[in-house]
Design a protein around this ligand. Structure first.
Ligand SMILES: [Zn+2]
Length: 437
């Protein structure tokens, strides 16, 4: 796309098409949910939003789409880019776990994590992401490196990418003193308390599990922490920990935000059970985040057998019940997902295809912008509103069909109203850390 490389402090983007989900109010839209606008940018912020045709001069986008910079609400920046040295031997979830345990034991120092983490941030920035929530492997006391790298990069990347961090380790790691120490580390780091119940079907019915879950909730309550949980990432229908989490949140009247990721097993459970859980989630105010590329890769995989399902949870049913749904990158180039580049337009495009978020496209454009911003608490991110930063992604595509038919590699990213360099870091930069392919 031809676009000026230098812009004055005050200018108009004319004749833009914008998804109405990222705007205040409910302006009239075309059947794809887009509205035509002129947008004035002054001193790096949105100064005016007016119907197309208002401005007499400025940059004519010829109906190209303008989105706010993306919000990626679930990634793993401490694992990223490790694929060359530690691939997943068979592409399964157990294969991923074993591979990560081996790699973590050998390599995960600050000197190893930091350059990979920052490489991921550079990819995300170039693709147009402005806010990220990352999970950090937190097997206390062997996770201090992960949290110090996070704090350092959160501070040095302020103004480029807003960063949040969540602990991830099995729930039972919170049983003893290490659980208290980890919760304290999360609190002093301004983080979110997280754990995983993944892959242990039927565990929710055991009294020991419920006691642990209550302890976990009380660790969060004592410190005023929000929760973000990896739950039921399996095709085993007996994995039903989401139900237990929703009931626990309601019983305890838990007030802080809760986000849950994956919850794949819901889509292979009996409909009556799944719908009961979905209603409980709506009642408890739980936010759900879907990792469509990672779960299509991992779930339903068996050697020499064609996969029969897409690995994702009941996206449309959650939405119909009023549960906020976001989509995110999850793992990129590590044993849990071999591919990925922190490109939220790729995530949205694949989510549309995998979960059939089209015909009509409806309000799903919110699922990579306003919804994850609200679920994670990234204030003023993911929307285009008077006074917000002019952090925008500009596409040549006019319709949703044009947008989703190509990778949009020629997108323009504005930060504070100025175009940034969107060239991607070279994978060769990682060779000294993870080896060359
Ligand atoms: Zn994850």
């Amino acid at each position: 796309m031809t676009f000026p490389t230098a812009l004055p402090p005050d200018f108009w983007l004319r004749n833009a098409q914008v998804p109405i989900t990222v705007l205040d109010g409910a302006p009239p839209a075309d059947p794809e949910g887009l509205t035509r606008l002129d947008i004035r940018i002054t001193d790096g912020r949105i100064a005016a939003i007016a119907p197309a045709g208002t401005a007499s001069e400025g940059i004519d986008l010829d109906r190209g789409q303008v989105w706010p910079c993306f919000v990626d609400g679930h990634v793993h920046l401490d694992k990223t880019q490790t694929w060359p040295r530690q691939p997943n031997p068979d592409g399964t979830h157990p294969g991923a776990k074993t591979a990560v345990i081996a790699d973590r034991g050998k390599h995960y120092s600050e000197e190893d994590i930091e350059p990979r983490f920052e490489f991921g941030l550079r990819c995300a920035l170039a693709h147009g992401t402005a806010a990220i929530r990352t999970h950090l492997d937190s097997y206390w006391p062997n996770a201090k490196a992960h949290w110090s790298v996070f704090r350092r990069l959160r501070d040095s990347w302020a103004g480029r990418i807003d960063l949040q961090a969540v602990s991830i380790c099995p729930l039972e790691r919170f049983a003893g003193d290490d659980g208290v120490a980890l919760a304290d580390e999360v609190a002093v780091s301004g983080g979110i308390l997280g754990m995983t119940t993944t892959g242990e079907g039927g565990q929710a019915s055991s009294p020991a599990f419920q006691a642990l879950l209550d302890r976990f909730f009380s660790l969060a309550e004592e410190r005023g922490l929000a929760l973000d949980l990896h739950l039921d990432e399996t095709g085993d229908p007996s994995s039903d920990t989401l139900d237990a989490v929703a009931r626990t949140a309601l019983r305890r009247n838990f007030k802080a935000p809760i986000q849950v990721g994956h919850v794949c097993s819901l889509s292979v459970q009996a409909a009556i059970d799944a719908m009961t859980t979905i209603s409980l989630c709506a009642e408890a105010g739980i936010n759900v985040i879907i990792l469509p590329m990672c779960n299509m890769y991992l779930q339903g995989r068996k050697a020499r057998r064609t996969p029969r399902w897409r690995g994702i949870t009941l996206v449309h049913e959650f939405r119909a019940a009023g549960v906020p749904i976001s989509f995110a990158s999850d793992n990129c180039r590590d044993p849990f997902y071999a591919y990925g580049d922190y490109d939220m337009m790729e995530v949205y495009r694949e989510a549309v295809r995998i979960a059939q978020l089209d015909h009509p496209f409806g309000a799903w454009t919110a699922s990579v912008t306003t919804t994850p911003a609200a679920s994670c608490g990234f204030t003023d991110r993911g929307r285009i509103s008077i006074g917000t930063l002019a952090d925008l992604v500009i596409f040549r595509a006019r319709s949703m069909n044009e947008l989703l038919s190509r990778p949009q590699s020629d997108r323009i990213v504005l930060r504070n109203g100025k175009p940034i360099d969107t060239s991607l870091p070279d994978f060769r930069e990682m060779d000294s850390i993870v080896g060359a392919p």
